[in-house]
Design a protein around this ligand. Structure first.
Ligand code: XMP
Length: 507
């Protein structure tokens, strides 16, 4: 296990990604929340930071339990931090030190730079520079602009690099991490999806014993994989609840429910469509729609969880990006994202103890874990779909008729993407029903009907996104199909807005 100490760099999660790619397990902790027990960590990595080590409010943690005692790799700010406190000199740099650079010097016979040659491209992003190394340091590498690009402290396994090995533009970055973690620190590369399943199932068995667990399935990847892990651990004591809010995709409720049953899950489908749609009647405001759906979901889930007698646990598909306590720009670590400690006034199911088997995994790792348990690739490759479902894709008020129209349109679009082999090339796609009617002509008749917008985006995390350049022929066919087959729609438009400034959903 490797510890990554976060000083607030935008790249800290990427360090974790790269380390995991080496099949090495790692955890990110904020610099000011150093775990008391460090015995399980075989090596420590210090991240970059937006701060200057010379700043008053910069992170200055006490590393006495780490430095010289465990293999330590300091990146960017970390490298400056070590230099600053070991008697070196860190000062503002005269030249810009951002973007690509090449290593012009590498010390020979240095295990840290094994299989890395001069000329290797590295990625710099810093405004301070290390003018002088500490006296007990040996220079390991330089670029043309940055003399002290990498150094080592003598007599200990402490390495420091000014550039970022975690970004893809540092071409040998992964090699350097491997050199440090595997060859110098001797960390075993045993973290694989199979081993994760094995150890997690064993831990869940141990933790839960014969208790009953409740889990809300959504049809998405995270809750499905979490359910499968728990199912392997405790079988029928896992009680899954899959709620139909009436705003799912066409036929999704029965087909996904059947799929869950086929996986052997103890799942109950609860069709609460009428309850949701009745409560939403007449509401046009996007945030109010979300609030109503959130509240009704909690009510339905609470009712259902009461039917499971003596349940002790609530399982959730929370994943690592939801959990990471990164250091905020103002210095203090941000609060935990989900808090279930405050039980006053919460629905009863929230008073259960929480179990989150995926809380250490990134999304792609969740998919790999799902695949290693034999989950259907179609389920694992499913596009993200918002909790409030079609409610936030029907602009204006929601009626059953509008839901039915949008389900048809969405099904033609999504099936069209699948038939054309485009579905997996798109991160998320869907259709919006607009609150405008427009004039058309069908046969010799004038029509005055609804307009739909199609949206397909590429993204990695939904935080930023760009519209996908779908082939004209594809758009032409889908538009034709929609207008010819869906009654009440006479116009189709394609959304060509990026996020930002637009969002993915229209509401
Ligand atoms: P936006 O529209 O903010 O969407 O660009 C980013 C991602 O989040 C999803 N989304 C939601 N998911 N409840 C959810 O569970 C919501 O209220 C919600 N709003 C947006 C959206 O589908 C996209 O993947």
């Amino acid at each position: 296990n490797v510890l990554i100490l976060d000083f607030g760099s935008q790249y800290t999660q990427l360090i974790a990604r790269r380390v995991r790619e080496l099949n090495i397990f790692c955890e990110i902790k904020p610099y000011n929340k150093l775990p008391e027990d460090l015995s399980t960590y075989k090596a420590v990595v210090l991240s970059g930071s937006p701060y200057s080590v010379r700043g008053e409010d910069a992170p200055h943690p006490d590393l006495s339990q780490i430095q010289g005692k465990k293999p330590l790799l300091a990146v960017c700010y970390g490298a400056q931090y070590l230099a600053h406190f070991q008697g070196g000199n860190v000062a503002p740099s005269n030249t810009r030190e951002y973007g690509r650079a090449n290593l012009s010097f590498i010390k020979t016979n240095e295990p840290f730079f094994e299989n890395v040659s001069t000329g290797s491209q590295v990625w710099m992003s810093h405004s301070d520079t290390i003018k002088d190394l500490p006296t007990n340091a040996t220079l390991l590498a330089s670029t043309n602009d940055v003399k002290n690009a990498a150094y080592k402290l003598e007599g200990e396994d402490t390495y420091a690099i000014q550039f970022h090995p975690e970004v893809y533009h540092s071409t040998d970055g992964k090699q350097l991490l491997e050199n440090f973690l595997v060859h110098i620190a001797g960390v075993a590369q045993t973290w694989t999806p199979d081993s994760f399943v094995e150890t997690t199932v064993a831990q869940l068995k141990e933790k839960i014993g014969t208790d009953k667990v409740i889990l809300g399935l959504s049809g998405g990847v995270d809750s499905s994989v979490a359910a499968m892990l728990l199912h392997k651990a405790i079988g029928k004591n896992l009680h899954c609840i899959f709620v139909n809010n009436g705003l799912l995709r066409k036929d999704e409720f029965p087909s996904v429910l059947k799929q869950y049953e086929g996986m052997g899950l103890n799942v109950k489908g609860v069709d609460a469509s009428a309850r949701f749609l009745d409560e939403l009647e007449g509401e046009s405001d996007p945030e109010k729609k979300r609030k109503i759906i959130g509240r009704v979901f909690i009510e339905v889930f609470d009712d259902e969880s009461h039917l499971v007698e003596d349940a002790k646990w609530l399982a959730q598909g929370t994943i690592y990006p939801d959990v990471i306590e990164s250091v905020s720009a103002t210095g203090g670590p941000s609060a935990t994202i989900k808090s279930h400690h405050n039980v006053g006034g919460l629905p009863d199911f929230m008073k259960l103890s929480v179990v989150e088997p995926l809380r250490m995994l990134f999304k792609d790792e969740v998919r790999r874990v799902g695949a290693s348990m034999g989950l259907d690739p179609l389920l694992l490759g499913r596009h993200p779909f918002p909790g409030p479902g079609l409610a936030i894709r029907i602009l204006g008020d929601i009626t059953r008729e509008k839901v039915a129209i949008l389900q048809e349109v969405d099904a033609i679009f999504i099936n069209g993407l699948k038939d054309a082999g485009l579905y997996d090339k798109v991160w998320q796609a869907g259709a919006m029903l607009l609150p405008v009617n427009s004039v058309g002509v069908m046969g010799d008749e004038r029509t005055y009907e609804k307009c739909v917008a199609l949206r397909a985006v590429e993204s990695t995390d939904g935080m930023t996104a760009d519209w996908v350049n779908l082939p004209y022929e594809f758009l032409q066919k889908v538009s034709n199909d929609i207008i010819n087959k869906v009654r009440g729609v006479n116009r189709v438009v394609y959304d060509i807005s990026s996020k930002p400034p637009a969002t993915i959903e229209w509401e």
